[in-house]
Structure formats: structure tokens, C-alpha cells
Write a protein that binds this ligand. Structure first.
Ligand code: DLL
Length: 432
């Protein structure tokens, strides 16, 4: 179902015209009200008048996470604090939180984007959405909440954690949709199975999962475990929160970016130059309607490619691929680039392994060591295999895929720590 058919199927030419108009307004607004943009534009010798085509955006400087940290907490707000209706923050792993603000109109647009996203995932008015994204400074909980209400769903604001209570609520309230991180979806599915609840016994029909990277293999696992359609939703606090982009349940192949609110570029992370469609690079976003916290060419650190191919669902908004990894979570192990999702994809080709894993990096003298910790799905599965041969085969497959040798350790069921929000996939002890 399309929540806003007029906008979601707008002809490309109309989208581009709308983007140009809104981009000009955004640049003016940011330039006038945020000292960092004034200084930065000046040092590049540009001002908002220099933008007469969408392509002119390339003349403008990038904004980075460190710009947001340097102006902590409210230095990037473009309206007086009295007009800021809500604040969110992302904790980040390094240093200070990134603080973002929303006016009432921003919150309204956000709810619209998320309503479109839930509809794209297969939700409709009257659905019961069990929302297990964390509520609080994290944008996941309140973001999905407002969008679901806008769509006309009944929202169960479960938030993260207290898994036993969640499984009870899922059964008793008859949720038809589930929103949480993919790793928590697996956690919930296992908890349900442990209580003897099989997929299909619940009323669940669709899930809308994001906030962390996940692979196609993980999607298949979740769909089987819960008997649902699992759809990828993307977003980040700096740009808005969840709902910047979403897959459609029809294709499940790439995420439509709501281009009436966001303009996206894909650039080479090293040079900052645009890469061709289909080539993976760093996603860069410019907001087009935000009042409190406009961002111009914000470098997300997320790696994906772009596609302008028409989609069977009828939506005309361009697509980004699923996130392939982050510029900064690409592990460099003994000089080789390793993406945690590659490890996930290889492990999950083995049905007897649970969808939980952790990569541990350490030092042996000057040399990096890499361990991959995996887990059997059940005691019976672990008993099925002649351990040495299995180990050897899988370790070899990992080596071939990653181009680096890793020590594989397979643990008994339920030994790897379960996530309640964003999963911790990598433990890097090399600095210790
Ligand atoms: O994670 C917003 C969100 C909430 C998105 C709920 C989807 C669902 P932050 O905490 O600011 O915001 O983290 C943003 O999470 O830059 C990506 O690296 C990662 N991320 C978000 N969605 C996806 C996804 C929320 N679908 C950071 N696939 C982003 C892969 C994702 N990574």
C-alpha cells in the first residue's frame, strides 16, 4: 500500500524540480542561521546564490560528525531553542553524543516519512505494531511510534529489553507488525520458540528492521523464524532518524529514499567525488525540509550504492542498496579489509548455526589475530557433525570469502550475548 501516492509516485522531473526549490531554501536557511555554515561556505567561496542547478551542490563543502561534536550541544540548530519541540541524541562509540533537534513541523514530516515506510513494509491502518525499538534519546522508538500512529496503527510501545514480557505481549495483543533491530528480532524469535510458540501461531505478518547492518541471509532467517515479511528501514539521527529510506515489500531489493525530504549522493570515501550508479561509496545526505537541524552534504560513513531503475512497486523515489558496512567499521586485519557482514553472510549459509556471532580482534606480538565466535542452533545440530571436518570446511570458506585466516570457535547454544538493541558484532582488543 502507498501511504502518500501522489508524492510516492511523483514523476522524476517533478521530484527534481521540487528538490531544487527546497535545496535553495535549505541552503539559505542554514547559511543565515548557523555560524558553522557561514564560515564554511565562505572558506569555499560559495554562498546559497551559487546554487542554480542540483549539480551545483557539489561546489558546497561536506559536513561531518566532528562538525556536530565541535558545536555540541546546540550549535547546529537553525532556530531558537523555544521553537525546538524535541531533542534526540545518538550516543556514538567515541566521545560526546550527537545532539539533534526538531521543530513541530520537523516532527510532522518525520511521522509522514515513517508512515510511508511502514506502509511500504506491508503495514496498513488497523495493524497492531509491536514497537521494540528503544524509547528515549535514541530515535528508533519514538520515530516508529509517531509514524505508526500517523498510519492509523495501534502501537504497542514495548521499547527494548524485558524479553519475557515482550513475548507475552506479542501473543496476548495479537501484534501484526514488529519493529526492532534485526538482532533483537532473532532474540525474540528464539524466546518464543523456547516457550513452544512456532512461527505461524502468532498474528505477525510483517517486520520493519534496521538501525544496524544485516545481511540477506539474516533476512531469510528472520522470515523463517517468525513467518513474516522482513523489510529493511534505514535512517540516522543526524538526518532525521528512522524512515529516511525503506525497502518495499514487493521487491525487497534496495531502499527508496524519500527524495522530497532528502537529497542523497554517493561519493568515493577517499576523494569525495561522486561514484557512478551501482558503485558502492559513502552516502551523503542533504535535508530539504528540516527547520531545526538542516544538514548540508552530511557524510554518513555508511557505504551503499545508488539505483535510479524503476521499481515494480510504482514508487519513483531513487533507491540506495542495503548498507554494505561503514567506512569506520571496515576492519583492517593484517592489512586486509574485512566487513563484519561478510562474516555473517558466510556463517548463515550453515543452517545449523544460530544467527549470533562475534568477531574478536587481538594482538599476538605485532600480529593481528582474528577469532570468529559462532554458536550452534541446538544441541542436536551440534551432535550431527563430525566436528573437525565441519570446522575445517567452514573455516576454509571464511578464509576464502574474507581473504584472511580467522580462527573459528563454535560455542554451545545460547552462549553468545544476545542484543536488546544494536548488536555488538566486533570486540577489538588490539589497542589494549
Ligand atoms: O539507528 C535510526 C534508526 C532507528 C534506523 C530505527 C532504523 C530503525 P542512529 O542511532 O543515529 O539512528 O544510528 C545511525 O545506524 O548511520 C547506520 O550506520 C546504522 N543504520 C541505521 N539503519 C540501518 C540499516 C538510527 N537499515 C546509524 N542498515 C547509521 C544498516 C543502519 N545500518
Amino acid at each position: 500500500m502507498l501511504w502518500n501516492p501522489t508524492v510516492e509516485t511523483m514523476p522524476r522531473q517533478a521530484i527534481l524540480a521540487l528538490q531544487l526549490e527546497r535545496l535553495q531554501q535549505t541552503l539559505q536557511h542554514a547559511y543565515k542561521n548557523i555560524p558553522l555554515y557561514q564560515q564554511r561556505f565562505a572558506s569555499y567561496g560559495v554562498s546559497p546564490e551559487h546554487l542554480t542547478t542540483l549539480d551545483d551542490l557539489k561546489k558546497f563543502p561536506f559536513t561531518t560528525k566532528s562538525d556536530l561534536r565541535d558545536t555540541y550541544p546546540f550549535g547546529m540548530f537553525a532556530v531558537p531553542l523555544q521553537q525546538v519541540a524535541r531533542i534526540h541524541a545518538s550516543s556514538g562509540t567515541k566521545g560526546k553524543a550527537t545532539v539533534v533537534g526538531y521543530t513541530a513541523a520537523d516532527l510532522d514530516n518525520w511521522a509522514e516519512c515513517v508512515a510511508r515506510a511502514i506502509a511500504s513494509a506491508g503495514g496498513k491502518p488497523g495493524d497492531i505494531l509491536h514497537n521494540a525499538y528503544g524509547y528515549g534519546l535514541f530515535t528508533g522508538g519514538l520515530g516508529l511510534h509517531a509514524g505508526a500512529e500517523r498510519l492509523g496503527c495501534t502501537v504497542v510501545p514495548a521499547s527494548g529489553g524485558f524479553t519475557k514480557r515482550q513475548t507475552t505481549l506479542l501473543q496476548d495483543f495479537g501484534a501484526t507488525g514488529l519493529s526492532c533491530t534485526p538482532s533483537y528480532a532473532v532474540n525474540l524469535a528464539e524466546a518464543l520458540l523456547a516457550e513452544g510458540i512456532e512461527p505461524g501461531q502468532l498474528a505477525l505478518r510483517f517486520g520493519i528492521f534496521g538501525a544496524e547492518p544485516w545481511s540477506e541471509e539474516m533476512r531469510k532467517r528472520i522470515e523463517t523464524l517468525l513467518g513474516i515479511d522482513a523489510v529493511d528501514i534505514y535512517g540516522l539521527s543526524e538526518v532525521m532518524g528512522p524512515g529516511v529510506a525503506v525497502e518495499c515489500a514487493q521487491e525487497k531489493n534496495g531502499l527508496h529514499v524519500w527524495e522530497d525530504h532528502f537529497l542523497f549522493e554517493v561519493v568515493d570515501p577517499q576523494t569525495g567525488e561522486a561514484v557512478p550508479n551501482g558503485t558502492v561509496g559513502e552516502l551523503v545526505f542533504t535535508s530539504l525540509t528540516k527547520e531545526a537541524f538542516p544538514v548540508v552534504r552530511y557524510r554518513t560513513g555508511d557505504l551503499a550504492s545508488r539505483s535510479d531503475e524503476p521499481c515494480v512497486c510504482g514508487r519513483t523515489h531513487a533507491k540506495m542498496s542495503r548498507i554494505k558496512g561503514r567506512v569506520d567499521d571496515m576492519l583492517i586485519v593484517r592489512g586486509v579489509n574485512v566487513f563484519p557482514q561478510e562474516v555473517e553472510a558466510e556463517l548463515l549459509t550453515v543452517p545449523e548455526l544460530a544467527p549470533h556471532y562475534q568477531i574478536v580482534l587481538a594482538k599476538n606480538g605485532p600480529l593481528d589475530t582474528m577469532e570468529v565466535h559462532a554458536e550452534w542452533r541446538s544441541e542436536e545440530d551440534s551432535a550431527k557433525y563430525p566436528l573437525d571436518a565441519f570446522h575445517h570446511t567452514l573455516q576454509h570458506a571464511l578464509h576464502t570469502r574474507l581473504q584472511i585466516a580467522a580462527k573459528l570457535i563454535i560455542h554451545p547454544p545460547f552462549t553468545i550475548a544476545r542484543s536488546e538493541g544494536k548488536a555488538v558484532r566486533v570486540v577489538d582488543r588490539r589497542d589494549l
